[in-house]
Design a protein. Structure first.
Length: 357
C-alpha cells in the first residue's frame, strides 16, 4: 500500500486542463463558460504589518474555502482512478489523498505489479502538473509475515500497521484522550456538569466514534476504553478504582464497546438490502431464516467488519430488526445506553426478554 502526499494540490490545478476535462465529461458550453468566469480574473495580495503588496493575478488553482473548489478538484483528479485497470490493483481517492493498493501471492509479483502502478501514478501527476512530497509519501507492506520492518502509516487520521492489529492507533488514541481528560479535569471546578458533557461529546465521543468500525473490535481497543472510563469517573465524581458502569447509564453515555456495536448495527440496517439472509441460502424453513448469513473465519484475527456487523445484527430480536431505520436507531441507542456493555461478547451473550418490547 502506498500513500501519496500532494504538494499544494488545490493551488496547482491548471485552469485550461480542468476546462478540457469538463468538456470531456460532457459539460455544455454554457456551464463551462460559467466555470471559466468563476476561475478567471482572480487576484491575490499579501499583508504584513499593515503593509500591502501589489495585486497579482491568480493563473492556476481552484479557490479554497469555497463550495465549488473541492468539487472542481475532484473532477480534475477523477481520471487518475482509471490507472487501476489490472487485476489486484486498487486506487482510492479522497480529496487530495491518493492511496494505491496492490495484492499478490508473492513478494516478487507484488514488487512488479506495484512498480508498474506507481510508475503510472507518478507519470499522471507529472502530466497533470501536480507533484508529490517525497519526504511525506508513505508505503506499507500488509500481510501475516515479514511486516515488522514496515512502520505504521497514517491515513485520514488512522494509524495502520502491517498486520492490521490497530495497536499503533490505539496507542495514538489513548494519548490523545488522556490529554482531553486533563482538560476535562481542569474544567470541572469551573463549569457545570452539563458543560462537561458538552465538552465530552465535542472532543471525546467524536474521537472514539471516528472510524470505530475499523479498530473497535481489536483487543487493543481495551486501552482506549480504559481512558474513556477515567473520563467518566472525572465527570461523575468517582474514585480512581470505582466501577463506573452505573455512571455510564446515569449520564446516558455509551461505552466504547457500545459505540462500536451501535455503529455496526446502524450500518447493517442501511446495508440490509445488499446482505444475504439464511432464507436466501436455504430452500427450506429454518428457525434462523431472518438472520444474516455469517461468514466462517478459521482464526480470530481473520474476523473483519462484516463478521461483527452481521454477528451483532443477528443478536437482535425480530421486533427490533423490523423497525424503520430512524426508530431502529433510537431504540438501539436507548437500549445500549441502559445496558452499558463492557465488551462485544457481553452484548452477544445478552438474552433479550419479551418484557423489553
Amino acid at each position: 500500500m502506498s500513500l501519496f502526499d500532494l504538494t499544494k494540490a488545490f493551488d496547482c490545478v491548471s485552469h485550461e486542463l480542468l476546462i478540457r476535462k469538463l468538456a470531456k465529461y460532457k459539460f455544455d458550453a454554457t456551464s463551462i463558460a460559467v466555470i471559466r468566469s468563476y476561475l478567471n480574473d482572480r487576484t491575490q495580495y499579501v499583508t504584513l504589518n499593515s503593509l500591502k503588496s501589489k495585486n497579482a493575478a491568480v493563473k492556476m488553482g481552484v479557490p479554497q474555502g469555497s463550495v465549488l473548489g473541492p468539487i472542481l478538484f475532484l473532477v480534475f483528479i477523477n481520471d487518475l482512478s482509471s490507472l487501476s485497470t489490472a487485476p489486484h490493483q486498487y486506487l482510492t481517492l479522497f480529496a487530495d489523498d491518493t492511496t494505491a493498493l496492490t495484492t499478490a501471492d508473492s513478494k516478487e509479483l507484488l514488487s512488479k505489479s506495484s512498480e508498474k502502478l506507481l510508475s503510472g501514478i507518478t507519470q499522471w501527476f507529472t502530466s497533470n502538473g501536480l507533484s508529490t512530497n517525497e519526504l511525506k509519501n508513505q508505503s506499507l507492506l500488509l500481510g501475516l509475515h515479514d511486516t515488522d520492518k514496515s512502520p505504521p502509516v497514517k491515513l485520514l487520521g488512522i494509524y495502520i500497521d502491517g498486520k492490521l492489529t490497530w495497536a499503533e492507533h490505539a496507542l495514538y488514541l489513548s494519548s490523545k484522550l488522556s490529554k482531553m481528560n486533563y482538560i476535562i479535569r481542569n474544567l470541572k471546578p469551573r463549569v457545570t456538569k452539563q458543560v462537561l458533557l458538552q465538552a465530552y461529546y465535542g472532543y471525546i465521543h467524536s474521537t472514539l466514534s471516528y472510524a470505530v468500525l475499523c479498530w473497535g473490535h481489536s483487543v487493543h481497543a481495551a486501552k482506549v476504553f480504559s481512558v474513556q472510563r477515567k473520563c467518566i469517573r472525572i465527570i461523575d465524581n468517582r474514585k480512581y478504582r470505582d466501577c463506573c458502569r452505573t455512571s455510564f447509564t446515569k449520564l446516558n453515555i455509551l461505552t466504547l464497546p457500545c459505540i462500536y456495536i451501535f455503529t455496526c448495527l446502524t450500518h447493517a440496517k442501511k446495508a440490509l438490502p445488499t446482505l444475504r439472509k439464511n432464507s436466501d441460502k436455504y430452500h427450506y424453513n429454518v428457525r434462523t431464516k431472518n438472520n444474516l448469513v455469517e461468514d466462517y473465519y478459521r482464526t480470530v484475527k481473520g474476523r473483519d467488519i462484516n463478521y461483527f456487523m452481521k454477528k451483532c445484527y443477528n443478536a437482535l430480536p425480530d421486533y427490533i430488526r423490523d423497525l424503520e431505520e430512524q426508530q431502529f436507531r433510537k431504540t438501539i441507542r436507548v437500549f445500549l445506553g441502559a445496558k452499558a456493555f463492557y465488551s462485544i461478547d457481553e452484548y452477544l451473550n445478552y438474552k433479550f426478554d419479551d418484557s423489553e418490547q
